[in-house]
Write a protein that binds this ligand. Structure first.
Ligand code: APR
Length: 296
């Protein structure tokens, strides 16, 4: 997990693939109008998405907050309680692997009993609602998969996966607590490490390529429950916007991305996503999908 600079800057001009003027007109009407009543925004967005086939979603810790998983930078956030440099860096692991494992074992113990919430469930359903759907997450909690999402791009890894420090073999291990700290590789006996991306480490290039490709190809991107300050994830919505996609942000509070979003819904993901989902499905039943199917 690389450093966390302020969100990058990008000028936003409709890309060559912006399908129709109506999208730009809708953006102008909806853009930045926080005052527009939530219902109106939801109706307008549902109408827009009635025709859209390619949708991407980027999630952060906020989508799991209603399931009881602590966020990182919120009031009771993990980074308010713990020092990331002592627990989530390769240096910290080299210095004291037992301490790092005790922390990950504690986090696994927190996450194991919790259930996905309606926000996760809606996104699992969108995999079949939209022809071309991509779910990109910064979360390592595995709750999207637990909710039934099959195609999840896990940018920062997964806390239920452990990796051999000698052979890089990855194991799915769900024991909580772990029987042994630090855990040993079942194949070669070397120490295992959490298969997550730590501060100062690069992301898996294949995973990153998939995330950027999905962002550049989508017609609409939802950005849900992320403070939008950690790179490269925070750049994905800008890649999508530069390609002409509609950017919809859902967050309890504004973030560095809010001013760049076309639509901002202040509130809980677990409440707003089900509302949106109902309206979008109603709109699609009424209108039928696919400007790409030549209704341009
Ligand atoms: N619904 C919507 N948004 C919410 C909710 C909720 N119920 N609860 C909290 N939020 C918002 C907060 O307002 C905040 O903007 O979710 C965001 C959570 O931000 P962070 O705690 O910074 O988490 P995230 O953006 O996922 O962090 C990115 O940083 O520490 C690293 O690896 C870690 O993947 C993580 C990355």
């Amino acid at each position: 997990m690389p450093f966390s600079p302020g969100a990058g800057n990008s000028d936003r001009r409709p890309g060559p693939r912006t399908p129709r003027l109506t999208l730009a007109a809708e953006k102008a009407i909806l853009g930045g109008e926080f005052s527009v009543m939530k219902d109106d925004k939801i109706d307008s967005l549902a109408e827009l998405l009635a025709d859209t086939r390619s949708v991407a979603v980027l999630t952060g810790a906020g989508i799991s907050a209603e399931s009881g998983v602590p966020t990182f930078r919120g009031r009771e956030g993990l980074w308010k309680q713990f020092r990331a440099e002592e627990l989530a860096t390769p240096e910290a692991f080299a210095r004291d692997p037992a301490l790092v494992w005790e922390w990950y074992d504690w986090r696994r113990g927190l996450i194991a009993p919790v259930e996905p919430n309606p926000g996760h469930q809606v996104l699992a359903g969108w995999e079949s609602l939209f022809d071309d759907f991509s779910l990109i997450t910064q979360n390592v909690d595995g709750l999207h998969r637990k909710a039934g999402s099959r195609k999840v791009i896990e940018l920062h890894g997964n806390i239920w996966k452990l990796r051999c420090t000698r052979e890089n073999t990855i194991f799915d291990i769900h024991d909580t607590p772990l029987p042994e700290i630090p855990p040993a590789c079942p194949d070669c006996g070397a120490m295992l490490r959490p298969h997550v991306v730590w501060f100062g480490e690069g992301l898996d290039p294949e995973v990153l390529d998939a995330a950027f490709a999905a962002s550049a190809a989508c017609r609409a991107m939802f950005v849900v429950g992320t403070s939008a300050v950690v790179q490269p994830a925070a750049s994905l919505p800008l890649v999508a916007a530069r390609a002409g996609a509609l950017i919809i942000e859902i967050n309890l509070e504004p973030t560095p991305l809010t001013a760049r979003a076309d639509i901002y819904f202040p509130g809980r993901a677990g409440e707003i996503l089900p509302l949106l989902d109902r309206r979008i499905r109603a709109g699609r039943r009424a209108g039928g999908a696919g400007p790409e199917k030549g209704r341009s």
